[in-house]
Design a protein around this ligand. Sequence first.
Ligand SMILES: Cc1cc2nc3c(=O)[nH]c(=O)nc-3n(C[C@H](O)[C@H](O)[C@H](O)COP(=O)(O)OP(=O)(O)OC[C@H]3O[C@@H](n4cnc5c(N)ncnc54)[C@H](O)[C@@H]3O)c2cc1C
Length: 458
Amino acid sequence: MDNLITRLSALLDPSSLLLGDDISEKYHADWSGVDPCQPAALLKPKNTQQLSEIMALCHEYAQPVVVQGGLTGLSGGATPQAGEFAISLERMQGIEEIDTTAMTITAQAGTPLQVLQDTAAEHDLFMPLDLGARGSCNIGGNVATNAGGTEVLRYGMTRSLVLGLEAVMADGTVISAMNKMVKNNSGYDLKHLFIGSEGTLGIVTRVVVQLQPKLRSCHTALCTLEDYDSVTQLLGELKRSLGAGLTGFELMWDNYLDKVLEVVPDLQNPFAESHPFYLLLEYKDSDEVAGAERFESALFSHLEAGLITDAVIAQSHKDAERFWQIRDGIGELLQVLGPVSNQDVSLSLTQLGKFTEDLESRLKAKYADMDVLMFGHIGDNNLHVVAYTGRAEDKPLINTDIMLMIGEYAGAITAEHGVGVNKRDFLDQSRSPEEIALMRTLKHAMDPKGVLNPGRVI
Ligand SMILES: Cc1cc2nc3c(=O)[nH]c(=O)nc-3n(C[C@H](O)[C@H](O)[C@H](O)COP(=O)(O)OP(=O)(O)OC[C@H]3O[C@@H](n4cnc5c(N)ncnc54)[C@H](O)[C@@H]3O)c2cc1C
């Protein structure tokens, strides 16, 4: 390793190569809660060329590396493991181009997501990706994890937004696929190998994203429903009546809403009575007045028909923020609940309701003091489950129970956050042996020495 460090020092200035206690604790772990570990070295390349030379050397010495973006990942993929060099993309930041005709933005991978959002907004455009970690996560990390977030119902996950990218392979080869066209069937679309591969097949260095026109009017409401069948029926009805303008369909079970209101100060239940389900709806339109009419008339017709039992429409931006604070209260909850099994899973809409009932009854029968909280981007099949007993030793057992149930229901063990190290051992609950074998074949072809993010995903 000393010889490799000597050769890397010849390549990088002292501030780009740090060792031992010079490496700040920030680089010891991502936000997943996986045990921190000091990397054997921290490398901060300034550009693609430098990163390519670093990887060529690490490949020559078979030196394992872990790729670090904004470190907000929740599956442990960016947390170093013993002996790994950490490669941080934080110096590879900046918007390279905004093309207002093609409505595209080109950015370096280490650019925070919020910078892309703000730059798009300055040009009266919309960056169709948003998530709670927007100020800290990087567009490269979003691409590597195929992030979802709150705009998926209309615009899809990151995979649907990326037109082109550049990546450095395990041996330092640079793949430039900076496509700016919507249609391009000239051979394999290689960008998809890197999107969602969690840094195991290559390091994303630059990205071209398709922007969208900014919609001027946004309407938000909080509704109550009495059963899961009404939820799925309403989703179908609203998709038909509001079309692509339906951008938010966030379901909260009563167990989640009650706990958030109990724990987070200053939040109030807008409804006088309790209901089994609470639904946060968001509708966007290009016309303020017509948009409001369309949204309200859709809500009233479903209230009259009894599909929705009560509804409050936000009368101001502040009201809408308050509704979202209830949905986003999970951040505060996680800080006070102690050891929890915190899962983001996917299920088919037809199975999701039955799964949640089955899960709650099985967990409560098996563990004393069990609490289960549920919410999710149900329009995207995405269910978040927080299950806990207050005892740390139960957490891994509960994780396993939920993962095995996902296998039983043919769901996805992770909807958004990725496999990383946390869910690697459960991949076979969602993927067939043939699929996993093909993943290994790809990994071996693209990283024969296994130097890139080893032990993540597969
Ligand atoms: C408060 C909060 C809210 C969140 N909300 C959502 C949400 O709504 N939807 C959702 O999908 N996710 C969500 N996440 C998780 C989400 O996956 C990450 O926040 C984000 O996409 C990761 O970006 P990052 O730059 O922080 O990556 P990191 O945490 O640094 O890395 C994540 C993984 O990608 C790899 N990686 C990072 N950069 C690169 C690169 N340039 N090339 C190759 N590999 C790379 C890392 O090795 C690691 O495996 C949330 C996280 C938090 C903390």
